[in-house]
Design a protein around this ligand. Structure first.
Ligand code: NDP
Length: 466
């Protein structure tokens, strides 16, 4: 540990997933650790991201399940949705979790400052509320990201919009919502609101949502949004937003294609940015990557020897479990005498649309770019058994991509109820380098949706036109 010329061996800025894990593990290795959090312990994931979002997904899914249950013999009537009651329950759980994050730190011996910390120099931080100055041998930046919106010059009336942060503070369920974007957040919330009975419109600048995902997945999700009742408008963006006297739909939106829409709430889900403004990174001499994120190496080291960064603030994947693993590896390496770095290959991920997306490994386009035609693609699209009785036409989609040279599965993509759960398990096999033959040898669990992943036998042949 450091000669105690510094107040702490480690100072962590940010009490989100990556920061708290790093602080707790470093303290467990015997380091003297402090952490500063300016808002609430838990960060984006617990306070205004994954956790409350998933509760909203569950809430909207209950509505759908109730209406489907009638075909299964249940005498249920879908009455109103008590938004305020649900939100109160949700926030109570978020409060409980935030409390656990705090007690976890305290029990590990971490000193927590409930205020903002900013750099004075590479070893010195200023606590903004108390005015204290603190020194540390090593500093970990784990401040995460924040929703981005264009400024007023670019989008007049943008101040009338909310972002995903604002969703969790809505006091009543809007009658109509327009959502900008076609990424994770836009697609997830479009399903949430549509499922809660809100008239929902998604405006996306591209042609098919979820850029970066496998094209078949994108098409399936795009069509799925429409089947769920979402009005999807593509290849256009917001031009201006005006406030009107209409009590029910007080916002009037003009799109660049000339269309006009009225809405009670407008949500911008057009990406997130690192939460570094005013942090004083320049005072510590820290370099940024091209996209404004902090540039780090495999060990989460910045260009400044004693300063590290993990999670969404860095140029790597913006996912909670990734931040946790990066924070843990950092603490083990710097304070536990181990040589650990997190391997970012083959990270399985889910998009909580309804149905969900689960994906791991290469998309077909990426695989073709890397291996040309030396890949085999297996795919299936079918109506799951449950929907035979409940009248839903919704289909499940599965795709497995195999490298011909060694039969290894290099990509798996699922759009299905519980695809997030499936891809977690499938991620193990893919990470282990399982071959298609091993998938085939695995006995099916019947009757399940997931069994189709081990019964895919027919290679998909691309259609050649002409
Ligand atoms: P994404 O980067 O996923 O999507 C941003 C969307 O906004 C894209 O569709 C993009 O279009 C569009 N866009 C960007 N700039 C503009 C603009 N100026 N005008 C109009 N549209 C624009 O961001 P999200 O905010 O949805 O999510 C951020 C990240 O958070 C995700 O990438 C993911 O890593 C993480 N996340 C993970 C979740 C999960 O694990 N389930 C859930 C939520 C978030 P285009 O496609 O053309 O670039």
């Amino acid at each position: 540990m450091a000669e105690h010329s510094y107040d702490y061996d480690l100072f962590v800025i940010g009490g989100g997933s990556g920061g708290v894990r790093a602080a707790r593990i470093a303290a467990g290795h015997g380091a003297k650790v402090a952490l500063a959090e300016e808002y609430r312990m838990g960060g984006t994931c617990v306070i205004r991201g994954c956790v409350p979002k998933k509760f909203m997904v569950y809430a909207s899914d209950y509505g759908r399940k109730l209406s489907e249950a009638q075909k299964y013999g249940w005498d249920v009537k879908v009455g109103g949705f008590d938004f305020a009651g649900f939100m109160a329950n949700m926030h109570a759980e978020v409060d409980r979790l935030s409390g656990l994050y705090m007690s976890g730190q305290v029990n590990a011996g971490v000193t927590v400052f409930e205020e903002r910390a900013e750099f004075v120099d590479a070893h010195t931080l200023k606590l903004v509320k108390s005015g204290k100055t603190i020194t540390a041998d090593k500093i970990l930046i784990a401040v995460g990201g924040t929703p981005w919106r264009p400024d007023e010059d670019e989008l007049p009336g943008v101040e009338h919009t909310i972002t995903s942060d604002g969703v969790f503070h809505l006091t009543e369920l809007p009658k109509h919502i327009v959502i900008a974007g076609g990424g994770y957040i836009a697609c997830e919330f479009a399903h949430v609101f549509a499922g809660l009975g809100v008239e929902t419109c998604l405006v996306y600048r591209g042609e098919t949502v979820l850029r970066g995902f496998d094209m078949d997945v994108r098409t399936q999700v795009h069509e799925g949004l429409k089947e769920a009742g979402v009005r999807v408008i593509t290849q256009t963006v917001f031009e201006k937003i005006e406030k009107t006297d209409n009590a029910e739909q007080p916002l009037h939106l003009t799109l660049t294609n000339g269309m006009e829409l009225d809405a009670s709430v407008i949500m911008m889900a057009v990406g997130r940015r690192p939460h570094t403004k005013g942090l004083g990174l320049e005072k510590a001499g820290i370099d940024f990557a091209e996209n404004g994120r902090i540039s780090v190496d495999d060990y989460s080291r910045t260009n400044v020897e004693n300063v590290f960064a993990v999670g969404d603030v860095t140029q790597r994947a913006e996912l909670t479990p990734v931040a946790i693993r990066e924070g843990h590896a950092f603490a083990d390496t710097e304070f536990g005498g181990q040589d650990r770095k997190f391997n970012h290959d083959l990270i399985a991920t889910a998009v909580f649309t309804q149905p969900e997306v689960g994906t791991v490994g290469l998309t077909e386009a990426e695989a073709r770019q890397e291996y040309g035609n030396a890949i085999d693609v297996y795919k299936t699209r079918f109506r799951p058994m449950k929907n035979m009785l409940n009248g839903k036409s919704e289909k499940v989609f599965m795709k497995v991509i195999v490298r011909q040279s060694d039969d290894v599965v290099i990509g798996a993509h699922i759009v299905s109820p519980d695809a997030g759960e499936m891809i977690q398990m499938l991620g193990i096999a893919v990470k282990m380098g399982a071959t298609k033959a091993q998938f085939d040898e695995t006995c099916a669990v019947h009757p399940t949706i997931a069994e189709e992943i081990v019964t895919l036998r027919t290679k998909w042949v691309p259609q050649v036109k002409g």
